[in-house]
Design a binder for this molecule. Sequence first.
Ligand SMILES: Nc1nc2c(ncn2[C@@H]2O[C@H](COP(=O)(O)OP(=O)(O)OP(=O)(O)O)[C@@H](O)[C@H]2O)c(=O)[nH]1
Ligand SMILES: [Mg+2]
Length: 595
Amino acid sequence: MRVVATAGHVDHGKSTLVDALTGMRSDRLAEERRRGLSIELGYTWTRLKAADRTDGEPVDVAFVDVPGHERFVTTMLAGIGPVPAAMLVVAADDPWMPQAAEHLAALDALGVEHGVVAVTRSDLADPAPMVARAADEVGRTSLAGSPVVAVSARSGHGVPALRDALVTMVARLPAPDPAADVRLWVDRRFSVTGAGTVVTGTLPAGTVAKGDQLSWESPRGPVGVRVRGVQSLGQPVAGASGVARVALNLVGEGLEELDRGAVLVTPGAYRTTTEVDVRVLGEAGALPAEPVLHVGAASSVVRTRPLDGDVVRLRLPVPLPLRVGDRALLRDPGARRVWGVRVLDPVAPALRRRGAARRRADALAAGGGLAAEVTRRGVVDRDTLAAIGVPLPGPAEPLPDGVLAVGRWLAPTRLAALVHERAARAVATHDEAQPLDPGVPLRALAERLRLPDEVVAACLRPPLRVEGGRVRGAATALPADLEAAVAAVARDLEGAAYDAPHADRLAQLGLDDRRQAAAAKAGRLLRVAPGIVLLPGADRAAAAVLADLPQPFTTSQARQALATSRRVVLPLLDHLDRAGLTRRLPDDRREVRPR
Ligand SMILES: Nc1nc2c(ncn2[C@@H]2O[C@H](COP(=O)(O)OP(=O)(O)OP(=O)(O)O)[C@@H](O)[C@H]2O)c(=O)[nH]1
Ligand SMILES: [Mg+2]
């Protein structure tokens, strides 16, 4: 299916022409029919096939017929917002009128490139002058090159040519991804007896199916809704893929508040925010302080804060699920002027310090793309980037230069050197102050750097490393007196590696529990139990000696082989068990585990 929105001045014949093309009535309301004026959006559809071609599949085209009256411009903008193609309708018997200009400016601001111009009511006046004028006006917009066709909805003259032009135009529309995240801008809501709430909208991409869960981004936060039924082109269907006009029967809480401007999205697929940085495509200087933002079928008064040049921050009254690259429109209702904008960052960071606005604009000037986004954000998780519409490489594809991946995190490569340096400094400062307790807890360091733990850990290079939850530096020197005590122990153990110093000797050397632990932590002593210290590596050496015994061996055999006492051998064997070097059997004998 293809979707085309109408545009054009009030009373120029939009509804009549769409009705002639579809054989349906787009003005549904009694008031619309009585006054001959569209008030709401009209929805009709038809199957089109080029008259001059027997080949080619017929294509379903749905029209969103908009009202032309200046009072209903917000409705008009809700109609064209999510639609990628337009049919501009101009009367042959009237001059070029203000709403023709305003609607065309809006289509241009939104960057709509696919269109057809119908110069209608050509039974009432020679269409040639308006054909020329319309081609000229359209030629200065994003719709430049659109065919201009003279028609009469009354006589039917030119209608086949218009159909052909429409078929050709919709054939050029890009095919959206049916697997894309759903973002349905609701443009109408009504209640059906027995069914409950029904909403309609243009689905630009993705698929909605019966039974789907969607999230409604309500003013109070996301609300889950379930799709009880889907209709498309007036028929119940199992599902519909964009681009499509859809009507959804919804079940959920608080639906009475859901109305035009509401957005239904794939749960969790978007980040809704109120601070949005955009590039203004036009004269940003003339932007009012509080224009109306129109995006999709939503509209709200926003506050603008110029950052620098054409980069402007918008503060939204309610959060919207926007994505990088989204086109939207700002409108000054007083001056009837519109500006197109392109979303640069839908989750813009707070600007606190002096000059932050300028720096932010400079950073945004670096453009889009993954590398630029990651550089700008520092560290960002893949889900956030996907949710704001930054394309990510697939699992097998390489990351762009300058981007480092750590699990779900992406970071600029240069961050690694910075983090390593900061970590090295933090560890050095800490170890100097507290040599008995070397290393900085990873968690604390990560918090200080405002980075995820695993990113900090991944940025460390030797000698920095994570050990037992702490970032440790190179083996730190012990305080001189402790160093001397360690050296004395080493002398004591010379030639009697398992004859651990007795309690009185340890007390004489000032090696109390805490200092034994500090020396052990620094890798200078092996502390098999409180009060039993040996030299580092004594445990492996002991295991090698024990391996020469017939297996399994008794505690007493071990004591003799190691030439030591029960005081030492009992805790040493326990230590060897814990270290996985020996295994204790049920009869209390042990065997050395194979390496
Ligand atoms: N003679 C003649 N009259 C037409 C033609 N097309 C539309 N009209 C008449 O023009 C008037 C306005 O037509 P609509 O189709 O309601 O115009 P519209 O553009 O939809 O108007 P709004 O929705 O209010 O903006 C109606 O009286 C139509 O009958 C045509 O091709 N020839
Ligand atoms: Mg109408």
